[in-house]
Design a protein around this ligand. Structure first.
Ligand code: CAP
Ligand code: MG
Length: 431
């Protein structure tokens, strides 16, 4: 009998402290299901291709992972918590998202979902503010938060960037956002951008009477990232933004530890996620990535739009919104295979919907995702026929109309800024 079968136990009842992973798997030709799932459990816990002298010792066998439930091409694997270092996402990823994805025994393998026991969840900080806390410091009671990325995404000088930011803020946008690939380029140095945008923010707050803030992108080598976060804090910005996949989870955990002291919120951009989340048969799900982000403690996370320019099926986006802002109840209806996670009072994450949005799409976004969201419009504001300030105004008008349950076309009769946006884009879904 192949020693891998020691990692298969269909009678195993997961222990209270086990982590459980749900994998989609396709064995390589000639590989039996049991041999395949035995390899998944073995290679992601404490087995390897050959038996070993110490491998059968009771304390080694005790913490091995077990594949314990098979449903078609889906397998549940239970991992005793002693396999993991509490509080470390890098170590978790090296286990359940590591070598197994390169095994020749697998034609395809996808980590669809994971559920963490209380002891593991409580070894992380989680979000610092939660939706309530964000609404409180932004002084926005019950409408979606609005954000915009100055476009063109990279290339503007600091002065051009800050001017676009000012126009957007006075037009009605709450939050300016750096694009994911804008950090500290020669034409728009990070420090200069923070200083000038702080001046523009003060001016815009005075003129509008509204709180304005900035997802300033601190993405960089970790020590430099902390220096940048500190500078943003020195200029009274409440948020920082980080590209959480490209800085890595070690960087994100360091940034989260830092923001605990500076009381800064983290806006998580997920650039690069589609390299491993897009293929429905191989890689890691966005739900898995989102759960890691909530554990570590981002305050906002991009989850997609369903109707915008980037991929993300409705089931997935709805599930992400639910998992980030609440938790998945056992009866959450979705075609995706998911596990239910109890977050043990870890604060929720504010879902951010962005990518190809414009005022004409706001009613559908709010209908799908509710009002506890942040909507980001880049081209959908700066592409407005009358420019950024009017584009921002049109966005606020679209939100007002939706909350008042007035059809946009009706509202546009008395709001020329919204009318101009509808004349240009209607309810077009950009691709
Ligand atoms: C949107 C955006 C965001 C995407 C990221 C962009 O700009 O700034 O990075 O939304 O995708 O660069 O495309 P537009 P996601 O508003 O002009 O489309 O939110 O799915 O992670
Ligand atoms: Mg972007």
């Amino acid at each position: 009998m192949s020693h891998y079968l020691k990692f298969v136990d269909l009678n195993y009842k997961p222990q209270k402290d086990d982590l459980i992973c749900l994998f989609y798997f396709e064995p390589a030709p000639g590989m039996s299901t049991k041999e395949a799932i035995g390899r998944i459990a073995a290679e992601s816990s404490n087995g390897t291709w050959s038996e070993t002298q110490l491998g059968t010792l009771p304390h080694i066998m005790k913490i091995r992972a077990r594949a314990f439930k098979i449903k078609g091409n889906y397998v549940h694997v239970a991992y005793p918590i002693d396999l993991f270092e509490l509080g470390s996402i890098p170590q978790l990823l090296s286990s359940v998202a590591g070598n197994i994805f390169g095994m020749k025994a697998m034609k395809n393998l996808r980590l669809c979902d994971i559920t963490f026991p209380k002891k593991y969840v409580q070894s992380f900080k989680g979000p610092q503010f939660g939706i309530e806390g964000i609404r409180k410091f932004m002084n926005i009671k019950d409408r979606p938060l609005t954000a915009t990325v100055p476009k063109p995404k990279v290339g503007m000088t600091t002065e051009e960037h800050a001017k676009v930011g000012y126009e957007a803020w006075v037009g009605g946008v709450d939050l300016l956002k750096d694009d994911e690939n804008l950090t500290d380029q020669n034409f728009n140095k990070f420090d200069a951008r923070v200083k000038l945008c702080a001046k523009m923010r003060d001016k815009a707050e005075k003129e509008t009477g509204e709180k304005k803030d900035y997802f300033v992108n601190v993405t960089a080598e970790t020590n430099e990232m902390l220096r940048r976060a500190k500078l943003a804090h020195d200029y009274s910005f409440k948020y920082v933004m980080a590209d959480i996949v490209t800085i890595g989870f070690s960087g994100l955990q360091t940034l989260r530890n830092f923001t605990e002291d500076t009381k800064q919120a983290i806006h998580a951009h997920r650039a690069m996620h589609a390299t491993f989340t897009r293929n429905p048969k191989h890689g890691l799900s966005m739900l898995f990535l989102a759960k890691l982000a909530r554990l570590v403690g981002v305050d906002n996370l991009h989850i997609g739009t369903v109707i915008g320019k980037l991929v993300g099926k409705k089931d997935e986006v709805l599930m992400l919104e639910h998992e980030m802002e609440h938790q998945l109840e056992p009866d959450f209806k979705t075609k995706e295979n998911v596990l239910c996670q109890n977050w043990y009072n870890l604060k929720p994450v504010l879902a951010t919907s962005s990518g190809g949005l414009h005022p004409g799409l706001i009613p559908q976004i709010i209908k799908m995702l509710g009002k506890d969201i942040c909507v980001q419009l880049g081209g959908g504001i700066h592409g407005h026929p009358n420019g950024t300030k009017i584009g921002a105004k049109a966005l606020r008008q679209a939100i007002e109309a939706t909350i008042k349950k007035i059809p946009l076309k009706e509202y546009a009769k008395y709001h020329k800024e919204l009318k101009a946006a509808l004349d240009k884009w209607g309810a077009e879904r950009p691709i």
